[in-house]
Design a protein around this ligand. Structure first.
Ligand code: ZN
Ligand code: ZN
Length: 139
């Protein structure tokens, strides 16, 4: 589990009912939702929650470093509660399913000095693409 709610409690983040619902929607493994998806799921639990509140809360969670923004598919940003364990993403080109994966080795080490152009590297995002088992079966 991503234990997002536990982490937020531990930090003393004031859990209003609205914030709690956003955190509950994002809690879990392999969760990568767009802001609109977070909003539509939050509304199922708390009908009065507004889109603006959801967007603001997502922004706060990102600022706290408890939720990551990921852009894996060139479309809407997705929000990922797996913020403390470095990982990469495996994306299905058919249905868009996203899995957190942990490739061996340090991706930064894979870039030779000669291709760093004097940059001080801070991170790497790798997206592995393919078809998930369901989409591969259908193909
Ligand atoms: Zn798929
Ligand atoms: Zn992820």
């Amino acid at each position: 589990m991503s234990d997002l709610l536990e982490r937020l409690r531990g930090r003393g983040w004031r859990l209003t009912s609205q914030r709690r619902v956003v955190a509950e929607v994002l809690d879990g493994d392999h969760v990568h939702l767009t802001a609109d998806e977070v909003h539509s799921r939050a509304v199922e639990r708390l009908p009065e929650i507004s889109r603006a509140t959801v967007y603001n809360t997502l922004g706060e969670l990102v600022c706290l470093g408890e939720v990551l923004e990921v852009a894996t598919d060139g479309r809407a940003k997705r929000y990922d509660p797996n913020a403390h364990r470095p990982h990469q993403h495996l994306v299905c080109s058919g249905c868009g399913a996203i899995r957190d994966v942990h490739p061996q080795g340090d991706p930064l080490a894979g870039l030779p000095q000669g291709e760093r152009f004097g940059f001080v590297l801070a991170g790497a995002e790798i997206t592995y693409r393919g078809l998930c088992p369901d989409c591969a079966d259908r193909g």
